[in-house]
Design a protein around this ligand. Structure first.
Ligand code: PEP
Length: 229
């Protein structure tokens, strides 16, 4: 079965650099895996239709109204967007998003048939204190036993942008836990994935894909990752 390989550009890029990225990636990549690229919101409408699936990086939990700066699921749909990341640890931290907010975002996306990519993951202290299972279970409490197919990205916060990554055994342990809570789920791993470690992660662990931040900014490296299984 094909894997899901998602790039997260975060707050990087301009219209011309992203255009160049898509041109290079299309030239370099030769894969049957599903590739999705999460780009900054001002450019979504420019690239929604460029032959490679594009995702938003966040969405409002509200329908419409006096929520200056926010982007609704209806607006994303209107731009032709089919996927959106929600619950990224950077949004949880900097925008003070709660698990309840994230579930409200999920519901908004589902209403407009946009597929949510739900990010979860623990800070290092939680892992060190042996609280991993209860932390992950609590982040998933709203998603227990839902019938819809879920995409959950397990991104340990200490692995994001740090060059540190959990062992395949650690990832499998969390993946088992998620599969025990969510009925119908595709699990991605995210955190310091690059062209050196992608093949081992994708071929040897119990995951359905990867979410790639920093290393996705280089289209050749991301093409390499997308082809590594
Ligand atoms: C991310 O922020 O989603 C991520 C996985 O980042 P990086 O690959 O840079 O660790």
């Amino acid at each position: 079965m094909s894997k899901l390989i998602i790039a997260n550009f975060k707050m990087n890029g301009t219209k011309s650099s992203i255009e160049e990225w898509f041109n290079t990636f299309s030239r370099e990549a030769n894969t049957s895996n599903e590739v999705i690229v999460a780009i900054p919101s001002p450019f979504l409408i420019n690239f929604a239709d460029n032959g490679i699936r594009v995702a938003a990086q966040n969405v409002s939990p509200y329908v419409s109204g006096a929520y200056t700066s926010q982007v609704s699921a209806e607006m994303l749909k209107d731009c032709g967007i089919e996927y959106s990341i929600i619950g990224h640890s950077e949004s949880r931290e900097f925008l003070k998003e709660t698990d309840e907010d994230i579930f409200n975002k999920y519901n908004q996306l589902i209403k407009y048939s946009i597929k949510p990519v739900i990010c979860i993951g623990e800070p290092l202290k939680i892992r060190e204190d042996n609280l991993l299972q209860s932390f992950i279970s609590s982040q998933l409490k709203y998603f227990e036993d839902l019938e819809n197919e879920l995409i959950i990205a397990y991104e340990p916060i200490w692995a994001i942008g740090s060059g540190l990554i959990p062992t395949v055994e650690d990832i499998n342990e969390v993946s088992e836990l998620i599969r025990g809570i969510c009925k119908n789920v595709r699990i991605l791993y995210g955190g310091s994935v690059n062209k050196e470690n992608a093949s081992n992660l994708l071929n040897n662990s119990n995951i359905d894909g990867v979410l790639v931040g920093g290393a996705s900014l280089n289209p050749k490296e991301f093409a390499n990752i997308a082809q590594s299984c």
